[in-house]
Ligand binder design. Sequence first.
Ligand code: PMP
Ligand code: GLU
Length: 402
Amino acid sequence: MERSANIAELRPSATIAVSTLAKKLKAEGRDILNLSAGEPDFDTPAWISEAAIQGIRDGRTRYTPASGMPELRKAIAGYLGGTFDREIDWQGIVVSSGAKQSLFNACFSLFGPGDEVLIGSPYWTSYPEMITLARATSVPVAGDEANGFRLTPADLDRVRTERTKGLVFSTPGNPTGSVYTRDELQAVAEWCRDHGVWMLVDEIYRDIYFSDETDRAASLLDLPESSVGDAVLIDGASKSFAMTGWRIGFALSSVDLAKNMTALQSHVSSNAATPSQMAALAAYTDRERTAASVAEMRVAFRRRRDLVTRLFDEKLPDFPYLTPDGAFYLFFRVDSAFEPGRETAQQLCSWLLETCGVAVVPGEAFGDPRYVRLSYATSDEVLEDAVDRLERTIGRSHPTPV
Ligand code: PMP
Ligand code: GLU
């Protein structure tokens, strides 16, 4: 029987597919270095996990309102309010099963047939799929490569049409590690405001930012309210608090849109898992303790960023990369290594996995087939070993199997 047109163009998530394959090969005994997974390798801070365990003991195991426990939404509003020193309406917050669901709720509630949605390219692999599921059309738009592909109003002017309804991008960026300055973000926000375009900013990596001046990347919430039109901020616990498996994300929007997204979610999944909400409640309530845990991870990610870029400079000088200012990905160009039989990033990545056991994600998944994404959320030893293996394969003009 034929399936619905809803999924006619749907492809599985490439990031998840590569990481699942790498894990499977490893379980079969193969010597695999998995640099595909986009998740912190740290455990969730114990005191956050304990809060969930205590919650279960206290019987917090039933449904909550679809939008999340009011005390969690208030805690998130308090957390954001404290971080940005401004008033946040907790009723604009909808808690979901991961930022992924928050993004889906927003895309599905805002976009539909006939709408064009701009996505900052290279983009996170799920954005175009979510937009297609809403039966809208995604339009990738890239800024200047030399400026980390960050978008400017001029880039957006080039692609805007009467049908442009939204713009979606992440900062710090997955897969680029590129981070918008406050001024860049403001310019894009004002462009969206002036053209009646919904702005969806995915700030899930906001705390994973490498700067001597500040410990977080610029946010929509740093901007004057007058600069921001209709907007949704996407955030969550997965990356900053090493909580990927708990599945807690949230969207901050107008109270009105929050109601629409809640209605959608109430029919799709109801509430995010209650024990996970209890863990998140602890994390968002105790800002000081959370800040200490986040700071520790930030230091480790920065050190690894420095390590991996130094190793690339030394051992893979023919492979230019975008210097990541945030998140935990190195996005590097591989088109100089293309040759017959390996003329796409996809083919090259399959060959690398087969030949030297290094699992990385091909740029096709992010809209730029000249590149490959490596996650450096792993140990120094694994990173050193991986770059050695890459050097012995693609690092030489005549690659030899390892
Ligand atoms: N946005 C970006 C840019 C991501 O990299 C991820 C990682 N999965 C998500 C959203 C989704 O996060 P979550 O695991 O909370 O669904
Ligand atoms: N966001 C991560 C990544 O880009 C996790 C996998 C996923 O959800 O796509 O690898």
